[in-house]
Design a protein around this ligand. Structure first.
Ligand SMILES: *Cc1c(COP(=O)(O)O)cnc(C)c1O
Length: 416
């Protein structure tokens, strides 16, 4: 046999919009012995994860469970299970992940209508609502936190408008879940998809989703077709859900009390999810959101003190991703390579029209902590100075430190 080097991945400071560093407790949980998928110990773990997911999604929905696969498996499962070929679907696009929703919806046979918003900003909700009234789609699919541009779309008013017209609202909250509020019930979101490798700090491989009884009713209609009730054969094949692996009606029978066999559950991933959700609820959602906000503020203060310009509309900035304009005097990719090779720090570039124009720095989950923020600021400053940029040396880290020490003194005062 060829001699392979023993596996020993370097430990990195990952400040991208995903995957981010995993919670150490999650990694330990993933190494526990495998249980059979119908072992009562395992089904109890599944039920507990459903309970915890309801809390994280802020919902009273019965259905909240993970789909096996990366986040887009959750997007595909929801869309393929809800879209009947020929359905009109509206997708407001304000970045790359809107384009992904369009692509998936088209592959499901939808007649897709798109709305375009200039990248780096979000829609005035009224614009989406007017389009909903004009086109009367059967479904609206929208991204909450657009990681490609660092923008966050407000959704409450859109949710109310969809509910009034009995239109389903599907939301990609992959980037936001666990890092900033995602109010499934309050915003009237019918189906929401999250991701593990972002603010939940669990390795990539599951897509937690939730959906309400409005969605379940549509699934049931298609299910009865599947069983050959009522309809003609032609109608049946038209309504049948075009996937086995991602058929939500079958997945819910597996996650629900009937426990009908479907796929072989990814045991170790489920350990990771359960442990990760427990860590989140122990921290508390509000405390977790406040931590994300504090570290984002420290990062932004640091970058601005270094003289760097942020990209995008400040008023709709996504708190878990900060986009920075690449100064014209430096090479964006070379900078990223130096950060990784010399400092073990990873930040991201961007896509399409933004490629080579911005860096994206994530403040997500376990990666979102003081030592990481200070490290990325120090490393970035060093690499920019190395490329001949004139910077007010040391100011970035000082500005971030000021933000942290101000917080410390607020906490100390409160404790007195
Ligand atoms: C990361 C991301 C996805 C895709 O997730 P995968 O896990 O790579 O499938 C989808 N939407 C948004 C907003 C994301 O940030």
């Amino acid at each position: 046999m060829k001699n392979y080097r023993p596996l020993s991945p370097s430990s990195r400071t990952i400040m991208t919009p995903g995957p981010v560093e995993a919670e150490p407790r999650v990694l330990r949980a993933m190494s526990y012995p495998v249980l059979g998928q119908f072992d009562p110990e395992f089904t109890q773990l599944m039920n507990e994860s459903m309970e915890m997911l309801r809390e994280v999604f802020c919902t009273a929905n019965e259905w909240a469970f993970p789909v096996d696969g990366t986040s887009r498996s959750g997007l595909e499962a929801v869309l393929v299970s809800l879209i009947v070929p020929g359905d009109v679907v509206l997708v407001p696009i304000f970045g790359r992940f809107g384009l992904l929703l369009v692509e998936i919806a088209e592959r499901c046979g939808a007649e897709v209508i798109t709305l375009q918003q200039e990248w780096g900003s979000v829609f005035d909700p009224e614009v989406i609502i007017q389009s909903i009234h004009r086109h009367k789609p059967s479904l609206v699919a929208v991204v909450h936190g657009e990681t490609s541009t660092g923008q966050m779309q407000p959704l409450g008013e859109v949710g109310t408008a969809c509910r009034e017209l009995d239109i389903l609202l599907v939301t990609d909250a992959v980037a936001t879940l666990g890092g900033t509020p995602v109010e499934t019930d309050e915003w009237k979101l019918d189906a929401v998809i999250g991701g593990t490798q972002k603010c939940l700090s669990i390795p990539s491989g599951l897509a937690p989703i939730t959906y309400n009884d409005r969605v379940e009713r549509r699934l049931k209609q298609r299910r009865s077709v599947e069983k050959g009730l009522q309809n003609s054969e032609a109608e049946s094949s038209h309504l049948r859900i075009n996937s086995n692996y991602l058929d939500l009606s079958q997945l819910q029978d597996y996650w629900g009390p009937s426990r009908l066999n479907h796929h072989t559950e990814a045991t170790s991933m489920q350990y990771g999810l359960h442990e990760g959700l427990q860590v989140i609820l122990e921290e508390g959602l509000q405390a977790r959101f406040a931590r994300h906000k504090l570290n984002e503020e420290a990062l932004v203060a640091g970058l601005q003190a270094m003289g760097l310009q942020l990209y995008g509309d400040k008023t709709s900035k996504l708190p878990v991703v900060t986009c920075v304009q690449i100064p014209s005097s430096v090479n964006g990719e070379f900078t990223r390579q130096m950060l990784l090779n010399h400092f073990g720090v990873e930040i991201a570039g961007s896509f399409g029209p933004l490629q080579g124009k911005i860096w994206r720095i994530g403040t997500m989950g376990y990666s979102c902590r003081k030592t990481n923020i200070l490290q990325v600021l120090m490393a970035l400053e060093a690499v920019l100075i190395h490329q001949g940029m004139k910077l007010p040396a040391g100011e970035g880290v000082q500005a971030a430190l000021h933000r942290y020490t101000r917080e410390d003194s607020i906490i100390q005062q409160a404790m007195r």
